[in-house]
Design a protein around this ligand. Structure first.
Ligand SMILES: O=C(O)CCC(=O)C(=O)O
Ligand SMILES: [Fe+2]
Length: 324
């Protein structure tokens, strides 16, 4: 059995939790978060709502197909997370929900910002209420982790806060089909990838499938730990820390023939947050490994590379916001 990932308890004193977090971030880049305060009933209700939504006929789901703000439904195989190794799209469908941004507002001119699309209340009663409550509760856990991240880097608990005043937090309920993955056929539930952003907070329905690769060669399964989130770092935090903190390669492989549901929440900064290597992470006399980039540009680049439907939506949005 592979050694268990580190556990960061949010009930521990912050300095102690930050130490454990630091060690996890420089080694596995994946860890569990315990004592997070999100009620189990809320998780259960949100999972049940997703099951009900994904069970709808495709035609109903397509009524809220992903829009130019990148909110809404993405059908099976729309995403290919590892185009180099995949021969078909990944065997999952999903939904994107972000922070609500009013249509026509200044903020809605930014790519990825706009109103969410919700399924018809009559078709999936309680869906919106559960999903919104879950979004809020898990985003709050993200803010707790943000304090610990600042502390873990010796920058103080409030260091990252100013970059998260209009955050691009996105919840993405996922449904994986029961189709078995096959490396030989280039078929994955979710192809190997690193996450794009800052932090990902994941809850699953307990069906195994998530695997991580920390040494460049071997894959090991990450089992869900009851009552905990699985949290990992994305490339944005890797850039910010000049690769001190790791964004670890992971994938989802269906070895059981069972369907699977998961709820990743991508905890991302403001669109215009400048992601530039922290001085404390760059050796004297050395150049940073990555040029500065805004969080928004970075995310757009990455979404573009993996989503079939996204190029069109992004182009539409860019054309709509272009200054003549
Ligand atoms: O469903 C999972 O276990 C992982 C999903 C994932 O890696 C992602 O959405 O980025
Ligand atoms: Fe991921």
């Amino acid at each position: 059995m592979s050694p268990r990932l580190p556990v960061v308890s949010l009930a521990a004193p912050e300095e102690e939790a930050a130490r454990i977090l630091h060690n996890a971030c420089i080694s596995e880049g994946f860890f569990y978060v315990a004592d997070h305060g999100v009620p189990q009933e809320l998780l259960v209700a949100t999972m049940a709502a997703q099951r009900a939504f994904f069970a709808l006929p495709l035609e109903q789901k397509m009524r809220i197909a992903v829009n130019k703000y990148y909110r809404g439904y993405t059908p099976m195989a729309e995403e290919t997370l590892d185009p180099a190794r995949s021969r078909r799209g990944d065997t999952h469908e999903g939904l994107y929900f972000g922070r609500h941004v009013e249509e026509g507002s200044e903020e809605a001119k930014l790519p990825l910002h706009g109103p969410n699309q919700w399924p018809d209340e009559a078709l999936v009663p309680g869906y919106r209420a559960a999903t919104e409550a879950y979004w809020e509760a898990v985003a709050a856990v993200g803010f707790r982790l943000l304090r610990l991240l600042g502390l873990s880097l010796g920058l103080g608990p409030d260091y990252f806060q100013p970059h998260f005043t209009r955050p691009m937090i996105a919840l993405r309920p996922l449904h994986y089909s029961g189709e078995r993955s096959s490396e030989a056929d280039g078929l994955y539930a979710a192809g190997a990838h690193t996450d794009y952003g800052m932090l990902t907070l994941l809850a699953t329905d307990g069906v195994p499938g998530l695997q991580i690769c920390t040494d460049g060669t071997t894959w090991r399964g990450v089992d869900p730990l009851p009552g905990c989130f699985i949290v990992n770092l994305g490339d944005m935090l890797c850039r910010w820390t000049n690769s001190r903190y790791r964004s670890t390669l992971h994938r989802v492989v269906n070895t059981t023939g069972q369907e699977r549901f998961s709820l990743p929440l991508f905890f991302e900064p403001n669109f215009d947050a400048l992601v530039v290597a922290l001085d404390s992470c760059v050796e004297e006399g050395q150049a940073p490994l990555f040029p500065p980039i805004t969080a928004g540009e970075h995310l757009l680049e990455r979404y573009h590379a993996t989503h079939a439907g996204y190029g069109k939506a992004a182009a539409e949005q860019a054309a709509a916001t272009a200054v003549p």
